[in-house]
Design a protein around this ligand. Structure first.
Ligand SMILES: C[S@@+](CC[C@H](N)C(=O)[O-])C[C@H]1O[C@@H](n2cnc3c(N)ncnc32)[C@H](O)[C@@H]1O
Length: 270
């Protein structure tokens, strides 16, 4: 024991750092040096870089985008779970039901209060976009690419529903099912998570206007294809969001994240 004796050098004495020999094992172990050695090594492993590049380039963008969309849904249900934002899930543009099925699974693992409180409502024509105006015309968003069957999708989703989950699909063009209708008329209460995945300005605008009255503080709004139409400010989902937000100015949103090939996650705040 060195009771009473301090082993620390006196503050007036300069503290000498041991000099490390460059290239020595001790030198390489210094913090930061390991990273730089690894960097040097990796920067010479061309085959590894090429392999990584090939895997990324070879993965279909649709897969990357959908994976991003599923993770966005997971994030939305988790955030609303943490903040105890109760309410329904609304999806506009259901197509084959894959994102809706994912939403139902995410909700099952992030129950806000009592199970079954989140109802699942999906809107789609199940016949594509219908007649598009010149403004909405797009090389990929065509009826041919998005024809499905209401009964097949409904069967799929009803099968997927957990004991306490209710699913309702509303078939028809948004101009018929949303314009002039209230969410209450379909049994929709407050919205917990909304996914707008219908690509065009006219479609998205109908859906956003329809949702205005059920968006609450903490509702997560996922907008797919936010940067389509070459980023045009007055077209596509972004154009619809701007137009709607200018009118329904009482709703404020912050961006949580972006995902996939051009989707965004927003949260409504006070
Ligand atoms: C990109 S897909 C939806 C993909 C789906 N959310 C998923 O991830 O599996 C777009 C869907 O929106 C629907 N849709 C687009 N415009 C519509 C409109 N004006 N009225 C009704 N449905 C529409 C199409 O029928 C199509 O099924």
């Amino acid at each position: 024991m060195n009771a009473g004796k301090s082993l620390a050098p006196k503050s007036s004495e300069p503290q000498k750092q041991p000099q490390l020999q460059v290239g020595s094992a001790a030198y390489e172990k210094q913090p930061g040096m390991i990273g730089s050695v690894l960097f040097k090594l990796l920067s010479r492993l061309y085959f590894l870089q090429d392999l990584l590049g090939r895997v990324v380039a070879g993965t279909t963008p649709i897969l990357v985008h959908n994976l991003g969309k599923y993770l966005a849904l997971k994030k939305a249900f988790y955030l609303t779970f943490l903040e105890q934002v109760d309410g329904d899930y609304l999806e506009f543009g259901v197509f084959t039901g894959s994102s809706m099925s994912c939403a139902m699974q995410c909700a099952a693992t992030a129950v806000v209060s009592e199970p079954g409180k989140t109802g699942f409502f999906g809107f789609d024509s199940f016949a594509g976009f219908g007649d598009l105006s010149d403004e909405d015309k797009h090389p990929f968003f065509t009826n041919l690419n998005f024809k499905t069957s209401y009964s097949d999708v409904n069967r799929r989703l009803q099968k997927k529903a957990r004991k306490n989950q209710t699913v309702r699909l509303i078939e028809g063009f948004f101009s018929d099912t949303c314009d002039g209708h209230s969410p209450e008329s379909y049994g929709i209460g407050r919205a917990r998570v909304i996914l707008i995945d219908c690509d065009t300005l006219s479609g998205a605008l109908s859906c956003l206007k329809f949702c205005s009255s059920v968006i609450q503080e903490g509702t997560v709004l996922i907008l797919d294809d936010f940067f389509s139409y070459k980023g045009h400010q007055e077209k596509g989902v972004f154009g619809a969001f701007r137009q709607w937000n200018a009118v329904d100015g009482h709703l404020k949103f912050r961006q949580v994240a972006s995902y996939g090939m051009g989707g965004v996650i927003l949260i409504a705040h006070a």
